[in-house]
Ligand binder design. Sequence first.
Ligand SMILES: Cc1cc2nc3c(=O)[nH]c(=O)nc-3n(C[C@H](O)[C@H](O)[C@H](O)COP(=O)(O)OP(=O)(O)OC[C@H]3O[C@@H](n4cnc5c(N)ncnc54)[C@H](O)[C@@H]3O)c2cc1C
Length: 286
Amino acid sequence: MKAPRFAYARPASLAEALALLAEYKDDARVLAGGQSLVPMMNFRVAAPKVLVDINRIGSLAGIKVSKSFVRIGALTRHVELERSADVAKHLPLVASAIPHIAHPAIRNRGTFGGSCALADPAAELPACALALGATFVVAGKKGERRIAAQDFFKGLYATALKAGELLVAAEFPLAKPGYASAFGELARRHGDYAMVGVAAHGSTRGGKFADMRVVFFGVADRPQRAARFERALEGRPAAAKTIAGALAELDADLSPRADLHGSAATKLHLAKVLAGRVLGKMEGVA
Ligand SMILES: Cc1cc2nc3c(=O)[nH]c(=O)nc-3n(C[C@H](O)[C@H](O)[C@H](O)COP(=O)(O)OP(=O)(O)OC[C@H]3O[C@@H](n4cnc5c(N)ncnc54)[C@H](O)[C@@H]3O)c2cc1C
């Protein structure tokens, strides 16, 4: 099918884009990599009246490392994250997640901001943003505001972005010494959206787990931290035995719904198996 008719604008600056979004409000949709929006339009799941193409706004792209955080511009392509030495060095969790996103052709066009603004519950980057405690920078006609990742993802394909707002970037705090991270997902074919995924980050300093943030994706309507599981790890030896002992807490942390991939019980089982594997990969785990 072809997309319904729409008007198209290609602003050259952020101010121009924000003016268009303010003018057309709910009738407008931002076009970034188009890897999700264009198929949605062709399937007539989305029918925006006006597309605001942000691809000419250079200030929205790129990766910058400062003293306290790594800033990833919304228009940064997945492939740039994949190839970035800064991401490999400072955000190894993101570096290990990227190869799981779709296929090279999609990673060449798809953007960091598009992935986070879409908020697919089985997407990798929103889970990484939550595990790493990132802050989203959002701009509207009235100025900028910052939203912590835990408050940004509101539900199935829903975020804290309001009509007229644009996701500009995300700021990832630089990891403190002794912190490590690990990532894993189960998918039927490599590149498919995850059946279940885990992004974990925290300290294994002195051979003990501390300050763990363990985020599951593909199991709820948004990326989800496992609070009881995290508490069961806190202060305990970073060892396979600790992880195995904590896994039962996931019964209370997660309540996956049955989906195309399997029953709720299957998904919970897979989440536990994967959590065991991913936590076991964390640097410093004996
Ligand atoms: C076959 C296939 C397989 C895929 N597999 C995966 C996968 O395994 N994991 C995964 O995470 N993704 C997957 N994707 C999606 C891909 O990662 C896309 O890149 C991503 O979903 C959207 O990014 P985009 O830049 O293409 O956004 P677009 O398609 O341009 O936009 C997506 C949505 O976000 C909004 N938006 C985009 N940028 C902004 C912004 N800066 N501010 C506000 N709103 C914005 C748009 O208005 C739209 O609603 C897959 C896609 C395809 C086609």
